[in-house]
Design a binder for this molecule. Structure first.
Ligand code: WTA
Length: 649
């Protein structure tokens, strides 16, 4: 698109109304008709009775035993579908064995080097059962934790589903995280079994993940077995405790009974970054999570029989858990799963995939959209991507410029964009349009039915047209149940600022029409290329280097990544600063945490602004880095540090 065309579109403060065809044909319209609801606004009103709404939604799934009551709410502890018995895998796999979905493709998997695998629902069912039986043979029981360190290969969903089937709790760790980060999460979860791969493909090379797993397990003594998927074929050293996946499952039966779970039994732990250096193990459960992820996908992305769904996230993050693994399988959808870099071997790799598999719904992150925008429109023109009918965005606010480009160039002006705001903790989409919702570029529109979001000022008063704290005022089925092993942290982090109200950690504004505009995090969590990283984690990684005395990390706006990490470092006495040392520190953070957490810039300073109690004031540093007014600095112990910052930035 020409720059001038984009400028015109952007100036038009226009509301994009969905076409009549899309509205009439949508899943949500059918649902509204069945419930005698005339309009989207009426639906939102009616769903203020959140028990009613979620009970209706829960009826769309199969349960071994229905609930005695919908909700038990002792703030901040919620239980949903009390007394119900279920297993998410029953809805994701078992129930399809009785229908035509059995023969349908569940995953079309493609690797960077062009390898292809298609798994039907029946194939997946059998593989899951074989692996579930193998886990049982290794002594894994209901409630045991299994740590999974796998890239985007079919064995990742298979391993997750196998755990869930036998009632074990999976803890998937993104394969881009370092050995140290993996070890920390294995130890926190207390896992006895870990699963990894020999290696995986990235930009033409092989990443030897088994080596990182070995290093991690040296520091995770409770791990008894490491199961290794043979995938890239790179040479690996197998130790006594190691077992090859393919040998383990070789003689296992393709049938395995599904464990009957209570709806509140834990399904998984997923670690995410918070305000301290220690990641939080977010716990989700079988019942409420099933209801939430399944119905949000079905109604927001309007999924139906013939769709080919492609969510480009990694399964190692919540987006992949909810919307590559559980929800699409429960919906009986065909999903594309891609292992590799989005721009390899050429910048049209994604469009080639869309064309090849006739993808109908494409869900990605603003950082990728901005990257494609930069590559230029000619890459798109090489492919027929007219199979697309709906688009989605997640992970950070999408700037209107990228929204309009996405809408015009990828969506051909005809595909509505579902900008879905949510979090690891929320489990499913929270603020998001339906295909029937009028769209405003850059706004995630309104809270979904059954979700009561609000904007509060410091005093906990609801405000409109001003930035404030984004909060959720009523419990919802797929909400976080606790922080694994640390219920106090769960209470303090999310429920203490406004008692009984869930604090999201985001700032947002609501306009006169009730549309929400997300502004970004209010805490010290960074969003780098959509990945959630804690400032404190990067700082403690820096400080663990022998040359570093103190460090502060802030996010700086970046045109592609959204935010880039800027690190300010005080070196230990006697250490000489040099460009090589800067690079060494970047590499050090990569080793400690993973490549995604590497600072884009490192600057050496002699002082950092601190409070009288010695706490580094990131707020002041951030203002300086952004070139903004530093505000009130009367509480600083060392105001001269502000001048030092001027010199450094
Ligand atoms: C941000 C990712 C604006 C937000 C699913 C949130 C968004 C954090 C959006 C959670 C969106 C996610 N618009 N911001 N559509 N979606 N965010 O846990 O800051 O990795 O708090 O979950 O991402 O990140 P997480």
């Amino acid at each position: 698109m020409e720059k001038k065309d984009l400028d015109v579109l952007l100036k038009e403060k226009r509301v994009f109304k969905p076409s009549k065809g899309i509205v009439e044909d949508s899943n949500i319209k059918k649902w509204m008709d069945e419930h005698n609801i005339k309009s989207y606004n009426e639906l939102l009103e009616k769903a203020e009775d959140h028990r009613w709404f979620w009970e209706e939604m829960a009826k769309e799934l199969e349960w071994y035993k229905p609930w005695d009551d919908v909700l038990e709410w002792n703030p901040p502890d919620a239980k949903w579908f009390i007394g119900a018995k279920c297993n998410i895998v029953h809805n994701a796999l078992d129930r399809h064995m009785k229908t035509g979905v059995r023969e349908k493709i569940a995953y079309i998997w493609e690797s960077e080097d062009g390898r292809l695998r298609r798994l039907t629902y029946e194939d997946l069912y059998k593989e899951v059962n074989r692996f579930a039986n193998a886990l049982k043979r290794l002594g894994v029981k209901k409630g045991d934790r299994v740590s999974i360190y796998l890239p985007m290969i079919p064995e990742l969903p298979i391993a997750m589903l196998a755990c869930a089937r036998i009632g074990a709790i999976h803890s998937v760790v993104f394969s881009g995280f370092s050995a140290k980060a993996f070890a920390q999460r294995v130890n926190d979860a207390g896992a006895k079994i870990a699963i990894t791969v020999d290696g995986f493909y990235r930009r033409g090379g092989v990443v030897p993940l088994k080596e990182s797993a070995d290093e991690a397990i040296q520091n995770a003594p409770a791990v008894e077995r490491l199961i290794v998927v043979k995938h890239a074929g790179n040479e690996v050293a197998m130790k006594d405790r190691d077992m090859w996946w393919h040998e383990l499952v070789k003689n296992e039966s393709t049938e395995c009974e599904t464990e009957v779970m209570d709806s509140e039994d834990p399904l998984f732990i997923l670690y995410t970054s918070g305000t301290t250096g220690k990641p939080k193990g977010v716990v989700h459960v079988h019942g409420g999570y099933s209801v939430g992820v399944y119905t949000t996908l079905k109604y927001v992305f309007d999924l139906r029989g013939g769709d080919v769904w492609w969510c480009t996230a990694d399964v190692g993050w919540v987006t992949g858990h909810s919307y590559i693994v559980y929800a699409p399988l429960m919906a009986g959808a065909t999903s594309v799963m891609y292992e590799g870099a989005p721009d390899y071997p050429a910048q049209d790799r994604m469009w080639e995939i869309v064309e090849r598999y006739k993808v109908t719904i494409f869900y990605t992150a603003p950082t990728l959209i901005r990257m494609f925008m930069k590559f230029g429109d000619e890459w798109l023109k090489k492919h027929d991507i007219s199979s697309l009918r709906l688009l989605g965005s997640v992970g950070e606010p999408i700037n209107p410029e990228a929204w309009v480009w996405y809408h015009q160039m990828i969506g051909g002006g005809r595909c509505p964009i579902m900008d879905t705001w949510w979090q690891t903790e929320t489990g499913n989409f929270m603020i998001s349009p339906y295909p029937v919702t009028p769209l405003k570029p850059g706004s995630a529109t309104k809270p979904l039915p059954g979700i009561e979001a609000d904007i509060y000022n410091e005093d906990g008063k609801s405000i409109t047209n001003k930035g404030g704290y984004l909060v959720i005022k009523k419990p919802w089925p797929s909400m976080i149940r606790t922080v694994y092993g640390d219920p106090d942290r769960y209470h303090k982090q999310y429920w203490s600022m406004f008692p009984g109200v869930y604090l999201t950690g985001d700032m947002a504004r609501r306009d006169e029409e009730g549309y929400f505009w997300i502004q970004g995090r209010s805490d010290d969590v960074l969003k780098v290329a959509g990945h959630r990283i804690g400032s404190a984690e990067v700082e403690s990684a820096l400080v663990s280097h022998p040359a570093v005395a103190e460090a502060a990390v802030v996010g700086k706006p970046d045109p592609i990544k959204g935010e880039a990490i800027e690190a300010l470092v005080i070196l230990k006495r006697g250490v000489n600063s040099s460009p090589e040392l800067k690079e060494e520190l970047r590499i050090h953070v990569g080793k400690e945490l993973g490549a995604i957490a590497k600072p884009s810039t490192v600057k050496f300073v002699n002082d950092l602004p601190k409070t009288r109690s010695g706490k580094i004031m990131r707020r002041v540093i951030k203002a300086k880095v952004l070139g903004e007014d530093v505000g009130d600095i009367s509480t600083l112990a060392n105001p001269e540090a502000v001048e030092e910052l001027d010199r450094a930035v």
